[in-house]
Design a protein around this ligand. Structure first.
Ligand code: FES
Length: 310
């Protein structure tokens, strides 16, 4: 059994069990979300020992060289001493606040020390009131001056109540360095793409679509179709941005109300075997059927951006 050491605590672990699960079972607080190698929330660093190649597949060359790997993709082969990567934090000021739907507020944040980030990534917001939350960024670094997050009001989520009711322009928060898959940098190009956002989860897909459409000039090179699901027609948001994007040949969108059967839609629409990328953003109940359907089709690459972070 390989022995994994984290913060001077050592655990013999099963070679056939994901390291993420072994560490969680031993009471270690390892952040995770998708468990499928997409969100990078479970990133660890091997300070001693070699992580398996499969656990580094989606990481940049620099990260691989530095020994980073994804715990959810790691079946440990040898003893390793691992650590949680430190995240830098910087202060930020809320520079704008807009209610963009009856339930979603948009906060614009100006960081004191500018941070590099990419579409698909998320930052941890620390309110200073013992309320923190990992939030996807809706902004695009090359197009927006501020970092933008969307927060959907949820009764059982104190962070969302804070974001809606207790924030004001000029207020300070702390933000961490970004994490998560760079959707524009780490993936192969696929012309046909379908983005599906559950209500409140549009942010990373919006950032991705804006960035890709802006960077693509050949109309044949990219066709994105985005679905935005909401509980009623009043709850759709960012329609101005989506409408502006739809003026390009690369993008169109559909607004849906109520839970839809996206797998039936995919079954009807995707009738060739040319590669298609599906990116869905939402909770597991929303994403699991889509992911399950896509996993049975070899020409569909499915990426799940989970709304649930541990
Ligand atoms: S939990 Fe490991 S990459 Fe998402």
């Amino acid at each position: 059994m390989p022995v994994i050491t984290l913060s001077n605590r050592s655990y013999p672990v099963n070679k056939d069990k994901r390291l993420l699960d072994s560490l969680l079972e031993n009471g270690e607080k390892i952040p995770f979300s998708c468990r499928s190698g997409i969100c990078h929330a479970c990133l660890l660093k091997a300070d001693r020992g070699q992580p398996p190649v499969n656990s580094q597949t989606h990481l940049s060359r620099e990260r691989v060289r530095e020994g980073y790997f994804l715990a959810c993709q790691c079946l440990p082969e040898q003893d390793m001493t691992v650590s949680l990567p430190t995240r830098e934090h910087t202060q930020a000021i809320i520079t704008a606040k807009h209610l963009i739907s009856p339930t979603v507020v948009s906060l614009e944040l100006a960081a004191r020390h500018p941070m590099d980030y990419f579409p698909g990534q998320h930052v941890r917001i620390d309110t200073g009131l013992e309320l923190t939350k990992e939030c996807y960024l809706a902004s695009v670094p090359s197009q927006d001056r501020s970092m933008v997050i969307h927060v959907q009001r949820k009764v059982a989520d104190p962070f969302s109540i804070w974001a809606h009711d207790s924030t004001a322009v000029g207020q300070k928060v702390s933000i961490s360095s970004p994490r998560g898959l760079n959707l524009c940098g780490n993936l192969l190009d696929t012309p046909d793409q379908i983005l599906i956002a559950q209500e409140g989860s549009l942010a990373p897909l919006l950032a991705y679509a804006r960035s890709r459409v802006h960077a693509t000039s050949n109309p044949q090179a990219l066709k994105i179709h985005l679905f935005q699901e909401a509980s009623s027609s009043h709850d759709h948001y960012c329609l101005d941005l989506l409408t502006a994007l739809a003026e390009s040949d690369h993008f169109d969108f559909t607004l849906t109300t109520g839970r839809q059967d996206y797998t039936s839609w995919l079954e009807k629409q995707i009738n060739s075997t040319s590669p298609v990328r599906v990116i869905c953003a939402g909770d597991t109940q929303f994403s699991n059927p889509i992911h399950h359907y896509c996993s049975k089709k070899t020409h569909i690459e499915c990426i799940v951006l989970s709304a649930e972070f541990s």
